[in-house]
Write a protein that binds this ligand. Structure first.
Ligand code: ATP
Length: 248
């Protein structure tokens, strides 16, 4: 049914290097067409949760030792990252991760490599990305390493869009950016969600901005979800106000 969650994380435990227990039973879900915020302070386990979903944990000697991860109702935790991309799930890593020596446009084109489509479709998607990120069009011939932090964040999201994802796992998009730019980037995320139907699971320390743009939120503390609910309800919750909304 359409009400079934797109992504379902059920009580997962994650251990690094066979000994360091970081996630102690995390459950969350993402609806199709939803924006879900995963909130919490430094080291709470947000990045670990995203990487568990996108299968990027293994390269860091991390392992999901309990629980399950379902995408469209199918178990996906034994897939590799490129198989997840093929199913429509892609992660934008914290810290932007553009290829510094490539131009902005070359970076965007690398995002299309998993697709078997011809040049024309890729060109059309490039134009689509430029309609959401006009700044990237202006900077398309610039070496990515010489663009601003905000432009690099846009480039990383644009590159993910080039894979035609159904779901983007977005790690800490506000990191290191001035408030105005944070608003701009979240505004674009909202547009991509509403007009292109892309679902987002976004990890953020900036509770304030994340809960304004998200539909649903989860708060993670030391590897456990301590609170969850609709974004509006969380924003009005006294504990959230006291412990999280003051922070940012
Ligand atoms: P941040 O905003 O700082 O990225 P976070 O909520 O995303 O925080 P994680 O990066 O998931 O948190 O880290 C959660 C915990 O796991 C931290 O205590 C961190 O030190 C530990 N950790 C992360 N990566 C590894 C790793 N590769 N090996 C061992 N421990 C790790």
């Amino acid at each position: 049914a359409d009400d079934a969650p797109l992504l379902e994380v059920n009580n997962i435990e994650v251990i690094y290097n066979s000994v360091i227990l970081v996630l102690k039973g995390v459950s969350l879900s993402l609806k199709k067409g939803g924006i879900t915020a995963l909130l919490g302070g430094n080291g709470a386990g947000k990045t670990t949760t995203l990487k568990a979903i996108s299968a990027l944990l293994r390269s860091e000697r991390g392992e999901v030792t309990k629980g399950s991860i379902l995408y469209r109702g199918e178990k996906v935790q034994d897939l590799n990252p490129s198989e997840l991309v093929k199913r429509g799930v892609i992660q934008v890593m914290e810290g932007r991760h553009c290829f510094e020596h490539l131009t902005v446009e070359e970076n965007l084109l690398t995002g299309a490599y998993t697709r078997g489509d011809g040049r024309a479709k890729v060109e059309a998607d490039l134009e689509l990305v430029y309609t959401y990120f006009p700044r990237l069009k202006e900077r398309r011939k610039s070496q990515a390493g010489y663009t601003s932090g905000g432009e690099q964040q846009m480039c990383a999201i644009g590159r993910a869009m080039m894979a035609r994802p159904e779901t983007i796992l977005l790690d800490e998009p506000s990191m290191g950016l001035a408030p105005q730019l944070v608003e701009e980037i979240f505004g674009i995320v909202k547009d991509l969600n509403e007009r292109e139907g892309v679902s987002f699971l976004l990890a953020e320390q900036n509770t304030n901005v994340a809960l304004r743009f998200a539909h649903q939120g989860y708060i993670l503390e030391s590897g456990r979800i301590v609170m969850d609910g609709k974004a509006d309800a969380l924003r009005e919750n006294p504990d959230v106000k006291e412990f999280y909304l003051g922070m940012s």
